[in-house]
Write a new protein. Structure first.
Length: 129
């Protein structure tokens, strides 16, 4: 009887313990640590036609600012704790959504949908100041 209880406890308790420990670690990393650099976070989906349309524009602009701005892509269809926490933190309900943070991690601009290259570049310049 005691042997069955121990086996049962190991089967249920160990995975639960591992889950809570790993989720606690990932949740802490939700504050996208960038040091003192502005940050561009793009929420996207590979099934989204507007995301595909926006991709060349953002790649071109981010190439210009790769030394001064951190860039992160969050695929919303990938279900993990880190992505979910960022989606909740920035209240993302549609894609593409681009969040531009200044060097203090404050949201400077939120873009939902497509924008032109010059508009995106102006928003990033505003975050660098």
């Amino acid at each position: 009887m005691n042997k069955n209880i121990i086996i049962l406890a190991l089967v249920f308790v160990v995975p639960l313990f591992a889950y809570f420990m790993l989720s606690k670690t990932n949740s802490a990393s939700v504050s996208v640590a960038t040091g003192n650099r502005p940050h561009v976070i793009k929420f996207t989906s590979n099934m989204c036609s507007a995301c595909k349309q926006m991709e060349p524009t953002i790649q071109k602009v981010m190439k210009k600012y790769q030394d001064t701005v951190q860039y992160t892509v969050i695929p919303v269809q990938v279900d993990n704790i880190y992505n979910r926490d960022l989606i909740n933190k920035y209240h993302v309900t549609l894609v593409p959504t681009i969040i531009i943070l200044d060097k203090n991690q404050k949201v400077v601009k939120r873009i939902e949908g497509c924008v032109s290259e010059s508009t995106l570049e102006n928003y990033i310049k505003g975050a660098i100041k």
